[in-house]
Design a protein around this ligand. Structure first.
Ligand code: B3K
Ligand code: ZN
Length: 879
């Protein structure tokens, strides 16, 4: 474990390396406890005319076993080697350096560098894992052409993979064999990969637009090959889509994906050899939910799209992480929108953004999309870099229009192919193609915090004008107290009483183009002339800017927009706002010991949406989904009592269900799917609506029987997991819930990915009892501290997804939090640090819980010898 040194890395300190490594030859002689790595590096001084500087290579926990310069052993005076650094004091301008290191993949529990997962050797090098394999200039702006030779026992390790194209393989003495791979595309060390083991394969091929044949392989555990069919299909669709939507073709002869079961995150885009968490590869109807299918499609696409946005054009330094991540998320969002329903996809994206990025931006861990400093880069693979980073690219397209956006992308690809680039390079490509000045827009990359827009509207019937007063403000965030004014593109519509957008003669007070108001100043008074009737104003359509809105509007306008806005996102938003406001009021009443009183109009609206056949089922399901407890908490802002919010939410669900009992039951019954299973979006939408209605109906008397029947008759995992959730969350003590949990375990006890669901469903069960349930589950024979998926399913769900259970009033959840995280940290600091973000919003709790949470955080902070990963998160959280 790398302990915290307190070192801070700053963007302004960037300078290019003194040396380059144009060529890297690696040889691996694999063995679990002692793998011999020989690296032969061709090294060149960047500026041959410069005075010679020492060469400083990065290491992490390494032991140097041999060193030669141009083939000759070096003397002790020529270099110094420590586990984290190798310094050549006086190297020549051009030379070959041969290094030998000996590493133990089987002892690597941090899952960075070369490690073993279920007997398979695999690597994870982003961000700084390569330095755990050999000494190197382990930074993204040092690009090198790699040739990799792997040697191992043939019977034990029949499969030997690395990046690029296969060039040679053969047998050796003593039952051993070898393979050589060559990747012609220069790449940074974080994209290096090696996989070796005994795996099954699903093979296919793809012919690119220019006629190049590519061999595709997805490697999985033997026997699981049929579960990779959906991933393979998603891969081929991704390859085709990137050609059509962005003109990007694949460039090697092979593209391989390997699924492993122990992985710190979702997947990794290593050149030509993507390594995946098997959760995002393996699926069939019996074991995977519709959400799993959608995630597989999105992540397969995401990693594939990195081939151009990340690999061919990489990042100059880790401050530029959003250059590849935000852009690639935008690309995978667009892909999914084209493959599925655009409106539904957009709503899902915004829900994710609000659930993960907004709290980050509004709490102690807030940072700009392009951060200026970090202590541990692994802690910056955040919702801000990824999701807000994607929103920024989306805004760029809104501002430029689709054509200019594509021209800018084309220029970016052409200009920077083969380079390590910056956000400035990216924006410059769009400035150069469109002739626009994007300097104010660039603040979206540089300034943290979620902007807020306050809006009031006034209609003057006589003058036939409609005026919007809009004011922008960006709240202060850590280390940025003063904010500059942003360029915010707000898509809008003035909706008339027939549900159509009203035409207006002229707009003054801001630039208004193509249905978008461009806010650039603190205040804009936007006056539309020729507006005869008072419109309902629909703002931030399609969620054109990642902002919060406070619109002074009549309540009936929200109800009206929820039924009539021509923009599907805004229609969803309007209903969501109606419910959120009702829930906030109800939770206030509960705190005052009063019963919530909901307006019948909400139940009527829910009924109307549920039965509106003009709307896609998936949309109806999303519209009817009440805001989550964390969403309500975020809107309330502070002094949060999770129990009151929970009670309010349950009361609203019962209120809507009671009023629509027969209607919901009828629709529910009609939605039952008789035909063969299909994971397509329309079928998934039907299941989503049916399961959502089940959620409402299971809150009514007799609901437990309905959920139990739903469970017993389920023919796919989506329905089965939905019923199990309903039973364990609403009817925990009922015999049916206990039986269903045990039946589920009996059927799927040996399937780790399905058991993750079993753990997660129980960890999310509301109520004070879940702390003890989680402790019991941590002692279950299938629980393992070594498997990140299992850690996330039990503890990640509990700390980040269980408002009433984790935030139990006596603080028992927080004590478990501190103990658990300190226990995990010793093995896997990266996962521990991620789990620790579960308390990032502790300051918005009511005072008693706040104090208990603070104590738990302080108890972690005061532990000696914390890892850089964990101390960075905890210290920022407490600051
Ligand atoms: N680039 C990887 C994430 C690496 C995380 C390192 N801590 C996956 C992705 O975003 O595609
Ligand atoms: Zn990515």
């Amino acid at each position: 474990m790398r302990t915290d040194t307190g070192q801070v890395f700053r963007l302004e300190d960037y300078r290019p390396s003194d040396y380059l490594i144009p060529q890297t030859d690696l040889s691996f002689i694999l063995s679990p406890d002692s793998t011999l790595v020989t690296a032969t590096l061709t090294i060149r001084r960047r500026d041959p005319g410069a005075r010679n500087a020492p060469l400083v290579l990065d290491g992490d926990g390494l032991q140097l076993r041999g060193i030669r310069l141009d083939g000759k052993p070096l003397s002790q005076d020529d270099y110094s080697a420590t586990p984290d650094k190798l310094v050549l004091h006086n190297p020549p301008a051009d030379f070959t350096l041969t290094l030998e290191t000996d590493i133990a993949p089987s002892k690597n529990t941090a899952l960075m560098g070369l490690y073993r997962s279920n007997g398979v050797y695999c690597t994870q090098c982003e961000a700084e894992g390569f330095r755990r394999i050999t000494y190197f200039l382990d930074r993204p702006d040092v690009l090198s052409v790699y040739t990799v030779r792997i040697q191992a026992d043939r019977a034990e390790v029949p499969l030997l993979l690395s990046n690029g194209n296969p060039v040679e393989k053969g047998d050796l003495a003593d039952g051993r064999h070898f393979a050589v791979w060559h990747d012609p595309f220069p790449k940074p060390s974080y994209l290096f990969a090696l996989v070796a083991g005994d795996l099954g394969v699903v093979s296919d091929s793809f012919t690119t637009a220019s006629g190049r044949a590519v061999d595709l392989g997805i490697y999985v555990e033997h026997g699981k090959e049929p579960l990779a069919a959906y991933a393979m299909d998603a891969l081929k669709r991704s390859m085709k889509w990137d050609e059509e939507a962005f003109g990007r073709e694949y460039d090697l002869d092979v593209f391989n994906i390997v699924a492993v079961s122990d992985f710190n995150m979702g997947a990794m885009e290593n050149k030509g050899l993507n390594i995946f968490n098997d959760k995002y590869v393996l699926a069939d109807e019996d074991t995977a939910s519709d959400t799993d299918f959608a995630n597989i499609e999105a992540i397969i696409a995401h990693e594939y799209f990195h081939n151009w946005t990340g690999n061919r054009i990489t990042c100059r330094d880790w401050f530029q992480l959003c250059l590849k991540e935000g852009l690639t998320v935008f690309r995978d969002h667009e892909f999914s929108a084209d493959q599925r329903s655009r409106a539904v996809k957009r709503i899902a994206e915004v829900r994710t953004l609000r659930a993960h990025q907004f709290p980050e931006d509004q709490g102690p861990l807030a940072h700009p999309v392009r951060p200026r400093r970090y202590r541990e880069i692994n802690n910056f693979y955040t919702a801000t870099v990824y999701e807000k980073g994607s929103e920024v690219v989306r805004m760029l397209r809104t501002i430029l229009g689709a054509d200019d956006f594509r021209k800018g992308m084309d220029l970016y690809f052409e200009r920077h192919d083969g380079e390590a680039a910056t956000i400035e390079d990216f924006l410059k490509a769009f400035e150069d193609t469109s002739g626009r000045d994007l300097s104010q827009f660039a603040l979206w990359y540089h300034q943290a915090g979620t902007p807020n827009l306050t809006v009031t509207a006034e209609h003057d019937a006589e003058a036939e004008t409609f005026t919007l007063q809009i004011e922008q403000s960006v709240p202060p965030t850590p280390s940025e107290s003063r904010k500059r004014l942003m360029h915010i593109p707000v898509q809008f519509g003035l909706v008339g009483s027939d549900g159509r957008d009203l035409a207006y003669a002229e707009a003054e007070g801001a630039s208004v183009e193509g249905g978008v108001i461009h806010l650039r100043k603190r205040r804009h008074s936007v006056r539309f002339s020729g507006v005869r009737e008072r419109p309902a104003v629909s703002l931030n359509r399609g969620f054109s800017a990642p902002v919060t809105l406070s619109v002074e509007q009549r309540a009936e306008d929200q109800f009206f927009l929820a039924r009539h806005d021509s923009d599907a996102f805004s229609r969803w938003q309007a209903f969501n706002t109606v419910m959120t406001e009702a829930l906030m009021a109800a939770s206030r009443r509960i705190l005052d010991d009063r019963e919530p009183d909901f307006s019948p109009a909400i139940a009527e609206l829910a009924g109307a949406v549920a039965e509106d056949k003009g709307l896609e089922e998936a949309f109806r399901a999303l519209a009817l989904t009440p805001p989550g407890e964390a969403d309500i908490a975020r809107e309330i802002g502070g002094n949060i009592d999770p129990d009151a919010i929970f009670a309010a939410r349950e009361a609203l669900i019962r209120f809507i269900a009671e009023a629509n009992r027969d209607l919901f039951a009828g629709i529910y019954a009609n939605l039952k799917d008789g035909g063969p299973f299909s994971p397509d979006a329309a079928s998934a939408g039907r299941r989503a609506l049916r399961n959502l209605l089940l959620d409402y109906l299971s809150a009514l008397p007799g609901g437990v029987d309905l959920a139990s029947r739903h469970f017993a008759s389920a023919t796919n995992m989506t329905d089965r997991a939905a019923a199990l959730t309903g039973l364990t969350h609403r009817h925990q003590a009922a015999a049916q819930a206990i039986e269903a949990l045990s039946a589920f375990e009996k059927t799927y006890g040996k399937d780790a990915l399905v058991m993750d669901k079993w753990f997660a469903i129980q960890a999310a069960a509301p109520g004070a009892g879940t702390v003890d349930a989680v402790k019991r589950l941590a002692a279950h024979p299938s629980f393992s501290l070594a498997n990140p998926n299992r850690l996330r399913s039990l503890f990640g769900t509990f700390f980040s997804g269980n408002q009433t259970g984790f935030h139990r009033a006596d603080g028992a959840g927080y004590v478990l939090f501190a103990d658990t995280i300190l226990g995990i940290e010793k093995r896997n600091p990266q996962v521990a640090a991620r789990l620790a973000t579960g308390l990032r919003s502790w300051r918005s709790l009511e005072p008693k819980r706040q104090e208990l949470a603070r104590k738990a955080l302080v108890s972690i902070a005061s532990t000696k010898g914390l890892s850089a990963d964990l101390s960075d998160i905890i210290e920022r959280t407490l600051a």
